[in-house]
Design a protein around this ligand. Structure first.
Ligand SMILES: C=C(OP(=O)(O)O)C(=O)O
Ligand SMILES: [Mg+2]
Length: 556
């Protein structure tokens, strides 16, 4: 009988493969005194580790190219720094182990860098990464970051941050299993974007032995350890059945009686456009522009660089609609040059639109780049701000868009309960709303979206969250304006029917989720969706809401 771990399935499909762990930050090596006759051997070990890590960084740089190559080469130079080497040798001569000597020597250097002013202080994160790599090499534990592998594997991690995944090779990752994270965490979003199965919030994922074969089902949240042949075949067959049912429906999103619900794609850049087009997306409902800003730790990309990146996306949807979200920095998406370093509670701090209003030149640069990118194109450009709290926020954003001469509809994301409750006030300033249900759940339930143990509260079926969706959608409907959903809630096929019934006018999701949502929506009339919505609102728990909706829609 196989051992089964259970978590939350967040990206459909089945993967079978060997476990590879994401290397975690290195712990402090214990203090141990080495005997005099071990000193030379320890010093040699330290030198070898430096050479190995530096060569590895250079090799990774060659693979990555561009800006990443420059950063990785600078890190290789740090690893080979002669002063650091002398300090390490001295510490070993005084009785430290190689790993402890490296750890302490880097700590001393770190203090120097921090004291040397802004520019050098900004390199501390790079220095820490080099230290972690050296210590990991000396301790014989996995390197921090994405594992090196020549063959496909199931990636196991505590959780994944956007920066962790910059060097991820999608061809090698069969699926994700994470210990932390909920349905709206970056691991879940990334898995859906890559179209790989994923199960998050799996207690015990950290203890999965490297190299063990697992089978994961991203639909029901099972992770089976060392699955037998029969079970593997059964899981794969079930996934295939689901896939075939979905492939049978195509065309624009609509209920069975023809109520149109445009199905749009969430993208992070031009790299995601092909998948969106292939999935039949009717446009882009959320272009997350943060990825453009991750390359340089010191400053925003130039207007020209941004203009080119936006243009490539806009050109891909000549007749469609593209909703671009201006930079959402801070909290789970920190940017060194914009995000305050010492906020006690970053999720409640200066983030999203607040960051941009504090740095109006960054907002103006982005809006100018968008205006230039859209010039002469037939695409329907819409631009929205993240983390709008009240009418004053909406007004300031609308004014900035006007000042930039943006030929676009202007919108506000509804991610804070205050914005949903007073959606009507926001709509006096902007043309449309887009519900970011990931953050809206986080702020409604005071439940960090990155904390796996709080997944229950991040469940988009929570009736309180649906109340807020309803409030915003109704406010928009009354004023004849649109109100879409671009949070991960839209990717859940049954919930998509409920959202439609609540009055939401479009659904935006990872491209890979579109076919299933389209196929499910096409099975029900608008009236059935509205009845499902009433049943969900009448429930007290997410489980009750799911069951009630399944009852109304006749789902087994
Ligand atoms: C779409 C959203 O934005 P992000 O996930 O990028 O914070 C959201 O919060 O629902
Ligand atoms: Mg958000």
């Amino acid at each position: 009988m196989e051992t089964v771990l259970r978590g939350v399935g967040v990206s459909d499909g089945v993967a079978v493969g060997e476990v590879r762990h994401m290397g975690t930050a290195v712990l402090e090596p214990p203090v141990r005194t080495v005997a005099a006759d071990e000193v030379e051997r320890e010093q040699a070990r330290a030198r070898q580790a430096v050479e190995w890590v530096a060569a590895d960084l250079v090799a990774r740089g060659n693979l990555a190219g561009g800006e990443a190559q420059a950063v990785l080469e600078a890190q290789a130079l740090m690893a080979r720094d002669p002063e650091l080497a002398t300090d390490v040798e001295r510490r070993i001569a005084e009785g430290s182990t190689a790993e402890r000597a490296v750890y302490d020597a880097f700590a001393a250097y770190r203090v120097l860098l921090l004291g040397a002013g802004d520019y050098l202080a900004g390199r501390v994160a790079d220095l820490d990464d080099v230290r972690n790599r050296l210590v990991a090499r000396l301790l014989g534990v996995p390197m921090p970051g994405v594992p090196d592998s020549d063959y496909p594997y199931v990636l196991v991690a505590r959780d994944l941050a956007p920066a962790d995944t910059a060097l991820l090779d999608p061809a090698l990752v069969l699926g994700f299993v994470t210990q932390e994270g909920g349905p709206t965490s970056h691991s879940a979003i990334l898995a859906r974007a890559l179209g790989v199965p994923a199960v998050v919030a799996v207690p015990g994922a950290g203890e999965l032995v490297e190299g063990t074969t697992v089978a994961l089902d991203g639909s029901d949240g099972q992770v089976v350890i060392e699955p037998g042949e029969e079970l593997r075949a059964e899981l794969v067959a079930r996934a295939e059945q689901r896939r075939a049912a979905v492939a049978a429906v195509s065309g624009p999103g609509a209920t069975s009686d023809g109520h149109a619900v445009p199905l749009l794609a969430n993208i992070g850049g031009v790299g995601d456009v092909a998948a969106a087009v292939q999935a039949g997306a009717e446009g882009v409902g959320l272009f997350r522009t943060e990825f453009l800003f991750l390359d340089d730790h010191k400053q925003a990309p130039s207007v020209e660089v941004q203009q080119e990146a936006y243009r490539q996306v806009l050109e891909a949807f000549p007749e469609g609609r593209v909703v671009v979200r201006v930079l959402d920095a801070g909290a789970d998406k920190p940017l060194d040059f914009l995000t305050p370093a010492e906020e006690p509670n970053p999720a409640l701090g200066v983030r999203g639109l607040r960051t941009l209003l504090d740095h109006p030149e960054v907002l103006a640069g982005q809006l100018t780049a968008l205006a230039r990118a859209a010039d002469g194109l037939s695409v329907r450009l819409e631009v929205m701000a993240p983390m709008v709290a009240d009418r004053a926020d909406a007004a300031q954003f609308a004014a900035a868009c006007q000042a930039a001469g943006l030929p676009a509809k202007v919108g506000a994301m509804v991610e804070i309960p205050s914005a949903a409750l007073r959606a009507g006030a926001l709509l006096r300033e902007v043309d449309f709303l887009s519900l970011g249900t990931n953050d809206l759940a986080q702020y409604t339930f005071a439940a960090d979206r990155q904390t796996g143990s709080l997944a229950r509260l991040q469940d988009p079926w929570q009736p309180a969250l649906l109340d807020l969706v309803h409030a915003a959608a109704q406010a928009a409907q009354t004023r004849g304006k649109s109100c879409g959903v671009c949070g991960e809630a839209a990717a859940d096929p049954l919930l998509a029917c409920v959202l439609t019934g609540l009055g939401v006018t479009s659904l935006s999701m990872s491209p890979t989720a579109i076919p299933r949502v389209r196929a499910t929506l096409a099975q029900y009339t608008l009236a059935a969706c509205q009845e499902a919505a009433r049943a969900a609102l009448a429930a007290d728990t997410p489980q009750e809401a799911r069951e009630a909706v399944k009852g109304v829609l006749g789902v087994a």
